[in-house]
Ligand binder design. Structure first.
Ligand SMILES: Nc1ncnc2c1ncn2[C@@H]1O[C@H](COP(=O)(O)OP(=O)(O)O)[C@@H](O)[C@H]1O
Ligand SMILES: [Mg+2]
Length: 219
């Protein structure tokens, strides 16, 4: 699913990623742990094609058999929209839109018609226990509900790959546990691949594989 070779990232003189190699199989749930500042978010943003690695001769990023480091920006945006879902610590829902509208947005960007997008969005919201919340705006939802809406938004285009950056960092322990169980349920039902950066040691240990980052490298 993901084959990454020799990822380096510099922010001017700061060498943040120092040659990361990574191989992740379809359907795996990988956790990434490490101290604050180790480079976890930077790595996730590069793997998720939201950011670019610094130039390096042997650098390669292959996702689903696509050499994404060779795609131009337009092709990359399309690839990302169709293949990758993101879940962030702060849900980043748009406050002026309802739960249903927030979930539909990536589908609209993809060009899915309103009827099909809403049908799929409602299936996902139902699956996530949010049937009674379609028309609520984010500020009328609890933290756990907001995060589940964000999960539905990440899933609407059926991405093969989901990146989550401290997805439960902002949740109470019960909501966090529910969210973590949800990731495994989704993997079992839909075969999705998850890469999850987390400080939550229970979640990290539940993963198929736990990777530890220290100072810009996976050890
Ligand atoms: N846009 C940026 N510009 C400059 N430095 C950055 C930027 N983003 C992150 N950094 C630096 O890169 C290092 C790694 O950051 P980050 O990947 O966010 O770590 P983590 O997610 O493991 O806490 C930190 O020293 C951080 O200050
Ligand atoms: Mg981070």
């Amino acid at each position: 699913m993901i084959e990454a070779k020799n990822i380096h990232k510099y922010y001017s003189d700061l060498h943040v990623l120092k040659g990361v190699d990574l191989s992740i199989k379809q359907g795996e749930i990988i956790s990434i742990v490490g101290a604050s500042g180790a480079g976890k978010t930077t790595l996730l943003q590069i793997l998720g094609t939201l950011d670019k690695a610094s130039d390096n001769a042997n650098y390669q990023l292959k996702i689903n058999n696509n050499l994404v480091n060779k795609l131009n920006d337009k092709a990359l945006a399309k690839f990302r929209n169709e293949n990758i879902g993101f879940i962030f610590q702060f849900h980043q829902l748009l406050p002026e839109f309802t739960a249903l509208e927030n979930v539909c947005l990536p589908a609209f960007i993809k060009g899915t018609n309103k009827e099909s997008a809403e049908k799929r969005a409602k299936e996902l919201l139902d699956f996530l226990g949010l049937s009674e919340r379609y028309n609520h705006k984010p500020n009328a939802l609890s933290g756990g509900e907001q995060q589940r809406v964000a999960v539905a938004r990440a899933l609407i285009n059926n991405p093969a790959l989901i990146f989550a950056d401290e997805p439960s960092g902002n949740l109470d322990s019960e909501s966090a546990e529910n969210l973590h169980n949800l990731f495994f349920k989704l993997r079992d039902e839909f075969g999705q691949t998850f890469v999850i950066v987390t400080h939550n040691s229970e979640l990290a240990d539940m993963a198929d594989r736990k990777l530890t980052m220290v100072d810009g490298k996976i050890i």
